[in-house]
Design a protein around this ligand. Structure first.
Ligand SMILES: [Zn+2]
Ligand SMILES: [Zn+2]
Length: 145
C-alpha cells in the first residue's frame, strides 16, 4: 500500500469503502432500513421487480454494480454524495488510483461536500483520521433529526 503523508487534506490513501459499503453506511447513518429505502423508491428498476429488498442487499454487498438509474432511485430515498460513489466505483473497476479515494468518515460515511450536522454545525475532520467530529462526539453515530 502506498502511504503518503503529504496527500491533500480532502483525500486519503486508505481504501475503506467500496461502492456498496458506502451506500450501506450512508443508509444506516440515516437510520433507514432496507425496507424504508424500498418504500421510498418511486420506480422499481426492471431487473428487480421480483424482490426489491434482495436487490438492494446485492448492491450493498457489491454483487451487482449500481446503474445510473439505480443511483437516481437511491438518491431520491436518502442522502449520499454521487461524486464519492462514482469515485469508489471507478476504484473498484480499477480505473482510478486508490490514492484518490475520497476522504470518508469511517463511521457515518459523511464527506466534505455532505457533512452531517450536530448542534446546528457542520462536522469537521478529526485530525489525522477518517473520522468526523460528529461521530467522535457521538459514538452511537445518530444523526440529529
Ligand atoms: Zn461521521
Ligand atoms: Zn460527519
Amino acid at each position: 500500500m502506498i502511504m503518503s503523508h503529504d496527500a491533500p487534506k480532502s483525500w486519503t490513501p486508505m481504501v475503506l469503502f467500496t461502492p456498496g459499503s458506502y451506500l450501506k453506511t450512508r443508509r444506516t447513518a440515516q437510520l433507514l432500513t432496507l425496507q424504508d429505502v424500498a418504500a421510498r423508491i418511486p420506480t422499481i428498476p426492471r431487473d428487480a421487480e421480483h424482490d426489491l429488498i434482495a436487490w438492494l442487499e446485492r448492491i450493498e454487498a457489491d454483487l451487482v454494480p449500481a446503474s445510473i438509474t439505480t443511483i437516481d432511485a437511491l438518491h431520491s430515498a436518502y442522502r449520499f454524495d454521487r461524486s464519492v460513489l462514482a469515485a469508489l466505483a471507478a476504484i473498484a473497476r480499477g480505473e482510478r488510483d486508490p490514492i484518490h479515494t475520497p476522504r470518508i468518515c469511517r463511521i457515518c460515511a459523511c464527506t466534505w461536500r455532505q457533512p452531517c450536522t450536530y448542534d446546528r454545525q457542520a462536522c469537521a475532520w478529526v485530525e489525522g483520521q477518517d473520522l468526523c467530529t460528529a461521530c467522535e462526539t457521538a459514538p452511537a453515530n445518530s444523526e440529529a433529526a
